[in-house]
Ligand binder design. Structure first.
Ligand code: ADP
Length: 204
C-alpha cells in the first residue's frame, strides 16, 4: 500500500449511523457445503428481519462474482481474494449501520478468521450450516454434486476439496433435522439474546 494513502475519519461516526437506524450492526457469516442451506436460511432470515423493520443487506453466492469479483477465478489465490473482498464489503455495510448476511461456502478456517478479525468482538456471527454431506448431495439443488462426481467440476468442496468445519461457531444449524422456520427462530433467538436486535422490533 502506498505511504501516501491516509485513513480519513468520517464526521458521521459508525455508531451515529447505527443509532439513526435504531439497530446494532453485525455480520452473520453463513458457511457450509453447497446445498447445506446457507442461501435459503440467509434469505428467510433477511425477510424476517426486514419485516421487523431492521435494515439488512444480503450478500449471496455467485452474485458478487458477476460484478465486484468478476476478475477472480477459482485458484487458491483468487478464492482467498474473493472472501477477503466480501469481508471488506461486509465491513463497509456494517459501518453504514446495516445488519449484513453473507452466504458463501468459505471452506477454509484461515479465510473465515481473516474476516472475523475485521470486526469488533461480538459483531461477527459465524453460522455453521452443519448439514451432512449426504443430505446436501441428495438435494443437489444446482446439480453440482452430480457434475463433481462425474469429474466435470474439479476442486468441488466436500468431494475433492476439503471443507474445514468451524470449531467454535456462534451458531450451528443442521437443516437435515431443522426446518427453515426452526433455523430462523433459532437465529432470531440468538440475535435477541446477544442484544443485536430487540424484542419490540426496532432497537430503542
Ligand atoms: P447453499 O446456499 O448452502 O448452497 P441452498 O440454500 O441453495 O444451499 O440449497 C438448499 C436446498 O435445500 C434448497 O433447495 C432448499 O429448498 C432445500 N432444503 C430442504 N430443507 C431445507 C431446510 N430445512 N433448510 C434449508 N434448505 C432446505
Amino acid at each position: 500500500m502506498s505511504s501516501n494513502i491516509v485513513w480519513h475519519n468520517h464526521k458521521v461516526t459508525r455508531a451515529e449511523r447505527a443509532e439513526n437506524k435504531h439497530q446494532r450492526p453485525c455480520l452473520l457469516w453463513f458457511t457450509g457445503l453447497s446445498g447445506s442451506g446457507k442461501s435459503t436460511i440467509a434469505n428467510a432470515l433477511d425477510v424476517a428481519l426486514h419485516q421487523r423493520g431492521y435494515h439488512t443487506f444480503l450478500l449471496d453466492g455467485d452474485n458478487v462474482r458477476h460484478g465486484l469479483n468478476k476478475d477472480l477465478g477459482f485458484s487458491d489465490e483468487d478464492r482467498v481474494e474473493n472472501i477477503r473482498r466480501i469481508g471488506e464489503v461486509s465491513k463497509l455495510f456494517t459501518d453504514a449501520g446495516l445488519i449484513v448476511l453473507s452466504a458463501f461456502i468459505s471452506p477454509f478456517t484461515s479465510d473465515r478468521r481473516m474476516v472475523r478479525n475485521l470486526f469488533p468482538a461480538g459483531e461477527f456471527v459465524e453460522v455453521f450450516m452443519d448439514t451432512p454431506l449426504a443430505t446436501c448431495e441428495e438435494r443437489d439443488p444446482k446439480g453440482l454434486y452430480e457434475k463433481a462426481r462425474a469429474g466435470k467440476i474439479k476442486h468441488f468442496t466436500g468431494i475433492d476439496s476439503p471443507y474445514e468445519a468451524p470449531e467454535r461457531p456462534e451458531v450451528r444449524l443442521d437443516t437435515s433435522s431443522m426446518s427453515v422456520d426452526d433455523c430462523v427462530d433459532h437465529l432470531i433467538g440468538y440475535l435477541l439474546q446477544r442484544e443485536l436486535i430487540f424484542e419490540s422490533g426496532q432497537a430503542g
